[in-house]
Write a protein that binds this ligand. Structure first.
Ligand code: C2E
Ligand code: MG
Ligand code: MG
Length: 636
């Protein structure tokens, strides 16, 4: 058997392959579905998606092949990637000098017919193949060759999307300003600590607002970067520093078991901060308050650990600048003491009301049930192909009366932190289903449910309840899982997602592409739809990567047969661009702002008219089907 020749771009090709971060990853439904389609479409017993590594071909998905990998020399794929633009097909491998003594031809696999096409990664390099094979010899006609090529386009899109999402996930873990881990990374890092001893330091800079006021935001940024550097220099090698947001930092110090070691680190940090730091020739005073808690000494779980460190920090803050407090040594529990509301250091609340009383009001609003001060508004989602409204998304509002207002994201996050989110989601579900039951038949209602609720309560029962009480048919309900906070028990979430589907409702993944590890969530849970995050839509006209990603997500969504909505469409240009990318449903301020229940009909009319006028024949109708090139051969 001749050893397989190498393509001329081999070195770059391998770099492109590695950058996808797809080799040796677990099986995935997305890729499995592609090989199943290939096997059915061509009526062959064998189909595979393989990646061609330096010495081996590794199978990401297979039908009819028992192995995970073969040597590169024994692969057909090694030949396919020599001509990335061509479909390589062999009617009978016994008659082809390249393959006649191949072990897969001579051995138990007895391959006769083979056809393969390259999968293209970033920068156009062929990273692997989509292959079909049979133990009988056969021919391929022109249509079949074209279909195989189309299918490979879909797989290539899925592969590149995987790579991009992996990079986004990386970026999503670090704070761009200081390069320290961000809050999400902090939560992930803390989760594994069960009974192992770990000390948590929470830090909040003293008087940081003053630095921002005097030196402006650029000065504030410099100060935060400097704090990041000084923290890194102060900690031990196994410790980790994070920026949680604003001027909040955290340190996770595994095995720091003695109070002496902890206070000595705290002292090193205070000393490091006190060292001179200058901006524009002026000395900038950097000081921080520190709260410490230790697992298992003070807390039984990582969650409780954060709570207690937060309480200690709050106490340190009240004691004055540059103070350290440790949990269990709180001198003052009286008055408006910190223990009344630990863990609430959400900054920048738009309301004039203090955070602690806000949390109190939220709790009183939600428990017990009955007197909720919330309202709902609804925003249309329009199908581009028909230019008709497909659904309305329910969005919750909370009017604080004379204390002003607070954005949905803020109080939803607060409810999540207080463990109250399931109460809020239950209220919204009931109220939104009730409203939707009175709407015209074709309109669905989309309801946001926090991923955290999936871990806290029986979401399926909650949905079933809301449907039964309102009389809304399940087929008219879409649950949007807002997954920024997803980090819970996957098998439990999967059961819930499957349960919701079993009721006959749909379930969609919100904010896809925002970099919250969405692809891994999508892979693990059987969603029927996804919403492209507003940040991608906002940048679609200016950032080629955003446009590229929207196109990939649209292709990918259609290949998986899931509804893809682009949210946050604000301009005609964005509308046309997402339509061009193959997205089939749109939502955003351009079409209609969220409307109170009495104005829903008007909002729907406006939205439909604006879509019709904005598209105005600019995009050819066949482009608006939402069915990507790759699947059309299958559908028609
Ligand atoms: P989301 O589910 O992604 O909702 C879309 C958000 O984008 C809404 O903000 C909507 O008003 C806003 N939006 C829509 N079109 C545009 C646009 O063209 N431009 C811009 N800049 N924004 C647009 P809202 O209502 O403030 O909600 C924010 C987030 O709060 C939601 O994001 C969702 O994650 C959460 N949320 C809202 N209502 C609920 C709810 O009832 N339950 C739960 N669990 N979360 C909710
Ligand atoms: Mg949503
Ligand atoms: Mg969203």
């Amino acid at each position: 058997m001749p050893s397989a020749p190498l393509p001329s771009d081999e070195a770059e090709r391998l770099v492109a392959l590695r950058s996808l971060d797809l080799l040796d990853t677990p099986a995935s439904e997305v890729f499995n579905s592609f090989v199943r389609v290939a096997s059915r479409l061509f009526a062959v017993p064998l189909a595979a998606i393989s990646l061609v590594d330096a010495e081996r071909q590794w199978f990401k998905a297979t039908v009819g092949l028992p192995m995970n990998e073969t040597s590169r020399d024994a692969s057909f794929s090694a030949y396919v990637i020599l001509q990335p633009d061509e479909v390589l097909w062999v009617p009978d491998a016994r008659l082809d000098p390249r393959f006649c003594d191949n072990p897969n031809v001579l051995g138990a696999s007895r391959i006769r017919f083979y056809a393969g096409v390259s999968l293209i990664g970033e920068d156009g390099h062929a990273v692997g193949t989509l292959s079909i094979a049979d133990q009988k010899s056969r021919l391929l006609n022109e249509d079949e060759i074209a279909s195989l090529r189309d299918l490979a386009t879909g797989v290539s899109a899925a592969i590149r999307l995987h790579g991009m999402m992996r990079r986004l996930e990386q970026d999503a873990r670090s704070d761009p300003l200081t390069s320290l881990g961000n809050r999400r990374e902090f939560e992930t890092s803390l989760k594994p600590f069960g009974s192992e001893s770990v000390a948590l330091f929470l830090l909040d800079l003293d008087g940081f607002k003053g630095i921002n006021d005097v030196f402006g935001h650029p000065g504030g940024d410099l100060a935060l970067q400097e704090v990041g550097r000084r923290l890194q220099a102060a900690i031990r090698s196994g410790d980790c520093a994070f920026r949680l947001g604003g001027d909040e930092f955290a340190l996770i110090c595994p095995g720091m078991a003695t109070a002496e070691a902890r206070f000595s680190l705290a002292e090193r940090i205070h000393a490091a901060m006190a060292d001179t730091f200058m901006i524009d020739g002026q000395t900038v005073p950097l000081r921080t308050s520190i709260g410490i808690a230790v697992l298992p000494d003070h807390a039984g779980s990582p969650q409780e650990l954060v709570h207690l460190a937060d309480v200690a920090l709050y106490d340190a803050k009240r004691a004055g600048r540059g103070t350290t407090r440790q949990a269990g040594h709180l001198p003052d529990q009286s008055g408006e003491g910190p223990s009344s509301e630990p863990g609430l250091s959400v900054h920048g609340s738009g309301s004039g009301i203090g955070l602690i009383s806000l949390a109190d009001r939220l709790r009183r609003a939600l428990v017990p049930v009955g007197s909720e001060p919330f309202t709902l508004v609804f925003q249309p989602v329009v199908a581009l192909s028909t230019q008709r409204t497909s659904s309305l998304e329910a969005l919750v509002r909370w009017d604080l009366g004379p204390d002003g207002s607070i954005s949905a994201s803020e109080f939803v996050t607060l409810a999540e932190r207080l463990g109250l989110i399931a109460h809020l989601d239950r209220w919204v579900l009931a109220a939104a289903c009730k409203a939707a039951a009175g709407w015209p038949e074709p309109w669905l209602v989309s309801i946001n449910v926090s991923a955290l609720s999936f871990g806290l309560v029986d979401v399926v029962a909650m949905v079933e309840d809301a449907l039964a009480t309102s009389g809304l048919p399940a087929a008219r309900l879409v649950i949007e899982m807002t997954e920024t906070a997803f980090g819970g028990d996957v098998s439990r979430a999967r059961e819930a997602v499957e349960g919701i589907r079993a009721l006959g409702a749909r379930i969609s993944l919100d904010d896809f592409g925002a970099g919250h590890g969405s692809l891994s969530t999508l892979r693990q849970l059987p969603f029927t739809g996804m919403k492209i995050d507003r940040s991608l839509v906002a940048n679609i006209g200016t950032d080629p990567t955003a446009a590229h990603m929207v196109r990939l997500i649209a292709d990918f969504g259609c290949a998986l047969d899931v509804r893809v909505v682009a949210e946050g469409v604000e301009t005609v240009e964005q509308l046309c661009a997402v339509a061009e990318c193959g997205v089939s449903l749109v939502q955003g301020y351009l079409l209609a702002k969220p409307a109170v229940v009495g104005d829903v009909v008007q909002a729907v009319r406006d939205a439909e008219r604006i879509v019709t006028v904005s598209l105005g024949g600019r995009i050819p109708p066949e482009r608006l089907t939402g069915v990507p090139q790759v699947m059309r051969s299958r559908v028609t």
